[in-house]
Design a protein. Sequence first.
Length: 326
Amino acid sequence: MSGRRDRARPAVNNDVSAEDPEVKRTAQIYLSSLATGESENIIDRMIRRRSSWSILKRDVCYVLRMKLKLLLLAKKETESIDMKALITVSELRAAEIELVKYVERQTFSEEYESLRTNGCVKKSSSLRYLDPVVLPNGLLAVGGRLKRASIAEHCKHPVILPRRHRVTNLIVNHCHEMAAHSGREYVLLLLQKKYWIVGARAVIRHVLKNCAFCRRYNVKPLQQKMSDLPSARVTAGNPPFTSVGVDLFGPFEVKQGRSLRKRYGVVFVCLAIKAVHIEIVHSMDTDAFLNAMQRFMCRRGQPTEMVMVMVNVNLYSASSQKSLMR
């Protein structure tokens, strides 16, 4: 029985081609990692997420408090730091110095090291024309010849800030708000009392352009689209003063004997070629205007259309009379 069973079993062919459509193919997965292994600094994260210079300085104050508290714990000193206490002015100034110093170390690190070692910056530096110096608090400032001037120290040596940095934009926006959203030159005046920004006008123009308050209140009003010109303005081939516009102007005081008299003028303008004809009237009554109109028609011819430019009772009263166009 075992022999029959072995003879009845068919042979199995394991040699299957890989190109057979019924064969399930093995999926290949390629993975590429973009992680650099560098974590974002907490100060950079705070600068990126804060939209106000005042809020950023306040948050840095708490960071400096925590730093001081950890140092005291490391030295095992009994002095304690109250993290919930109100922020003082000295803490805000210290936070401002630390922020500006952090920005300068990021942007002008080569200039700072060159000043510490050689006392001057390289000729290829963009700050060589500012004669930069390092202040006692570690900030990089403008040099100059104002050491003997009787002004504040931050006015003698304004702190240098880079053009393209988040902190620079926050400081410019803060000065813009303190100046009640004033223009570019006044914001520049406030900035230069304490800071010297490389390319300051371009930075201020960029900040003012993106200011939501200024964009909302300085927007240009919509203008009404003017209608088509009347046919009298665009019809060619007619003689001058075929269609005229009429207006009165004055009064002008003229001397008659020993007294002063009032005189007025009537201006007739051709609507097609803008030719001007002026007549004098001695008063503002209807008869005086009719006389001026009669003199005009004797000289220029009778118009087919007359437009009253100014709302005047005497003009409409004269135009209602049939003798006007005879």
